[in-house]
Design a protein around this ligand. Structure first.
Ligand code: FES
Length: 494
């Protein structure tokens, strides 16, 4: 019986994030072979890990629920059909293991009997008998090992693990999600378009594993593609653990420009001068973007369309619902129309984009430090949600400067992150001088973390961004390492 687990499954089992296990593997604290972690190794590294203590599913669900909005909250069991298919796969594995076990038992019993009947020498017979009896005892295993195995099997029933080649990234398919939905929720930059089986852009090759079609698709794969194992990720779910081959977007250059029309779902004041604009894309034309990117919105009206480029404040793991934090700004006619009540729920806006390179990047150090000022919190929120979904970062530090009377208009969200994650610290500051505030926040961020193991993201008014960046690049004091240029990413929405 295989006693190896994928990194995702191992992380789920001991109740830590995948980033923690990846760091331990990188540091040689946990052995990994061909992408798999040995269960005994895992227990050695986490001797206190017990099914009851890890919280397992509840823990993962709680973190996701608290980390994201209601939109991606639902954690549901797979459909009865999918569950029975997974149980069947598990039962077949179990039946095969039983057959093997029975055969080994019979072999050992026959050997012991043979030794009794025709002993080569008393000492050898005794030694061999002891060795076989010890082996038999080990087959039964300890109670905690049995529980761990049982829990691993149970996890295989409620979720399937997907490994993506060539990147080696992996994610779990839960509930009734398609493979595409699950990959996006896990923060992967999978290629796709309509998410409805029409465009063929989510085509990927299955290297191993069983799938089940959950959506009728209009797009037809050629006979050659089907023979090679290609399928549409948006139209299938995973029955069991699987390996697929597909390319992922790693940088803004990998994301095509898109045009779509989205409907205003809600306009919600977050303060007297801050508005949450919630747009919903059609089911068949969603926006593919990387967290932290912006789009240009267009409002058609008599006398000429109004346009504005605003950063997206929501996670690409929910690609239909786009959020924007809009500040009242006399120099921005579209923002003024929103605050004047000229745009209502149900109206449509053109969406063009995405644009910008304020993104996480593929190689993240253990700690991500975010410095935001006012509505610069919007794109930072998108990055944080994405980093949480992708489990790309071990430790988060968020510094949020409020320079306007609206203050920290989503402080509850930040406190929810702090409660949900042990490794999330949130620092709120207020100062109407954004240059002074930016410099002080940057100094604090330097004092409270090691620039050698951190990546810094700054978003807010240009003066804030410049002041914070200057301070970070200068370092704490003479002789101390400053933040290196390539570990600093900034956005100053105009
Ligand atoms: S995303 Fe269009 S067919 Fe799957």
């Amino acid at each position: 019986m295989s006693r190896s687990l994928t990194v995702s499954r191992a992380a789920q089992l001991v109740g830590v994030s995948r980033a923690v296990l990846q760091r331990m593997i990188g540091a040689g604290e946990l052995a990994q072979s061909e992408g798999l972690v040995d269960v005994d190794e895992l227990l050695r590294a986490f001797p206190d890990a017990r099914v009851e203590q890890s919280g397992l599913l509840e823990n993962v669900t709680r973190i996701r629920e608290e980390a994201f909005g209601r939109r991606v909250r639902e954690f549901v069991l797979p459909s009865p059909e999918l569950l029975s298919q997974r149980v069947l796969v598990q039962s077949e594995e179990l039946a095969e293991m039983r057959r093997h076990l029975q055969a080994y038992h019979e072999l050992v019993a026959a050997t012991i009997e043979l030794l009794d009947r025709r002993p080569a020498s008393a000492a050898l017979a005794e030694e061999t008998r002891e060795m076989l009896e010890r082996g038999l005892a080990q087959v039964l295993g300890s109670e905690s090992d049995n529980r761990l195995d049982a829990m691993t099997d149970m996890l295989k029933v409620v979720s399937a693990n997907v490994v993506v080649r060539p990147s080696g990234r992996e994610f779990l398919v839960q509930g009734n999600d398609s493979i595409l939905q699950a990959g996006l929720k896990a923060g992967l930059g999978l290629n796709y378009g309509c998410a409805g089986g029409n465009c063929g852009l989510c085509k990927a090759r299955v290297i191993s594993g069983e799938t089940r079609q959950i959506l009728q698709s209009d797009y037809s794969l050629s006979a050659a593609e089907r023979a090679q194992g290609y399928l549409l990720l948006c139209a299938h779910t995973a029955v069991g653990d699987m390996v697929i081959e597909t390319l992922e977007a790693g940088s803004p250059a990998d994301i095509p420009e898109q045009e779509l029309v989205a409907r205003v779902r809600a306009l919600q004041p977050l303060g007297p001068n801050t508005m949450l604009l919630h747009l919903q894309a059609p089911r068949s034309a969603r926006l593919r973007f990387l967290a932290g990117q912006s789009v240009t919105l267009g409002l058609a009206q008599r006398g000429g369309d109004l346009h504005a480029t605003w950063p997206i404040a929501s996670c690409p793991c929910d690609d239909r619902n786009l959020h924007f934090h809009v500040a009242r700004d006399a120099g921005d006619p579209l923002a003024e129309r929103l605050f004047a009540g000229a745009v209502k729920s149900g109206d449509t806006l053109g969406v063009h984009g995405p644009s910008g390179d304020f993104v996480l990047g593929t190689e993240m150090p253990p700690r991500a430090v975010f410095l935001a000022c006012d509505t610069g919190f919007g794109p930072v929120k998108s990055l944080i949600e994405h980093a949480m979904a992708a489990e790309a970062v071990e430790r988060f530090s968020l510094y949020w400067l409020a320079s306007r009377p609206d203050g920290h208009y989503l402080a509850n969200q930040c406190e929810a992150w702090t409660d949900a994650f042990d490794e999330f610290d949130y620092h709120a500051a207020s100062d109407d001088d954004v240059v002074r505030g930016g410099s002080l926040l940057a100094k604090r961020a330097l004092d409270e973390g090691d620039p050698g193991t951190s990546r810094y993201f700054i978003a807010g008014p240009q003066a804030f961004v410049d002041a914070a960046a200057r301070r970070l690049l200068r370092g704490r004091r003479a002789g101390r390492a400053p933040v290196r240029d390539h570990l600093l990413t900034a956005l100053a929405p105009s």
